[in-house]
Design a protein around this ligand. Sequence first.
Ligand code: F6R
Length: 364
Amino acid sequence: SKGNHKHYMLKEIYEQPIVVAQTLRSYLKRMEGEVSLPIPEFDLSTIKRVTIVACGTSFYAGMVAKYWFEQFARVPVDLDVASEFRYRAPVMEDGGLALFISQSGETADTLAALRHAKAEGQKIAVVVNVPTSSMAREADLLLPTHAGPEIGVASTKAFTCQLAVLAALAANLARAKGLLSKEQEREIVRHLSEAPAALNGALAYDEAIEAMAHNIAGARDVLYLGRGTDYPLALEGALKLKEISYIHAEGYAAGEMKHGPIALIDEHVPVIVIAPSGPLFDKTVSNMQEVMARGGKVVLISDYDGIQAAGEGCMATITMPKVHPLIAPLVYAVPVQLLAYHVAVLKGTDVDQPRNLAKSVTVE
Ligand code: F6R
């Protein structure tokens, strides 16, 4: 049931601290300061390359994972949406791991891509939320998310749980490759363990985000910008907004703005900038200032320090708790979900059942 919430989507957004904690429990040995897999005997040390395939929001989780696998495990990563992967001629080397990410475990294109990779001799890993699904059954390495049933068509809690599993997988891969000291592993476990509390911290800004939604509800077009792992978050924010509020939105890598889309900027196109404090903050802020110099109306989502440093002149700011960059994608998923949700409510759309969409896309 929806409990006290008006929509399943809102209920599921609010479940995130609990279900992420629940999911992490199978991937972290908190006391020992170790990451682990549900199938500990699966040998990750020989994996030479990872091919990540998914659709929609699950694809954006995969995109975040690409940054992590490269950064922590130094493994080359190919990444594609399933509907492209299965119809091109992807080159998969021997000793590769093909990783499929899906809430339902039944998405037709992703399942067909999995079968193709299997026929090509790849080891098959799946991150799925439905343990009885086709993808779960066909995997060599089953990595479940424990988000519980997701009813709202727009994926929310499945996404943050996917990120939790993928971060743990990246750390497991790094350890198997001998790239993680005990101390680094302990640090990763510590940061991931902080995610549930940080998600709660993010949810505390719900009312402020709801108030802010009025600034967006009248727009025809909205841009989302981010760098690094916040780039997939920008894409996810745009997807959430378009699918439930029917406002045209696009996500862009902040550094790509000046290669075209900046031509769109005027006072009618709100620009949502996702920029937590961290190594890429200054770079993203300089792109944000280019937008502001052209009359663009910016909503900056950052932490207190980031907003102190760069919030001046923004149309609005959304403050997030200050978190380690590893868990920032999980935490910053919350404001983009809530923003899309409140805009959709203001517009009076059917939030849980957006037009033309199905929860599980079992046809291609
Ligand atoms: C967006 C959304 C979709 C799904 C996509 C993949 O909010 O829900 O983009 O993420 O259809 O579905 P799964 O994860 O079930 O394969």
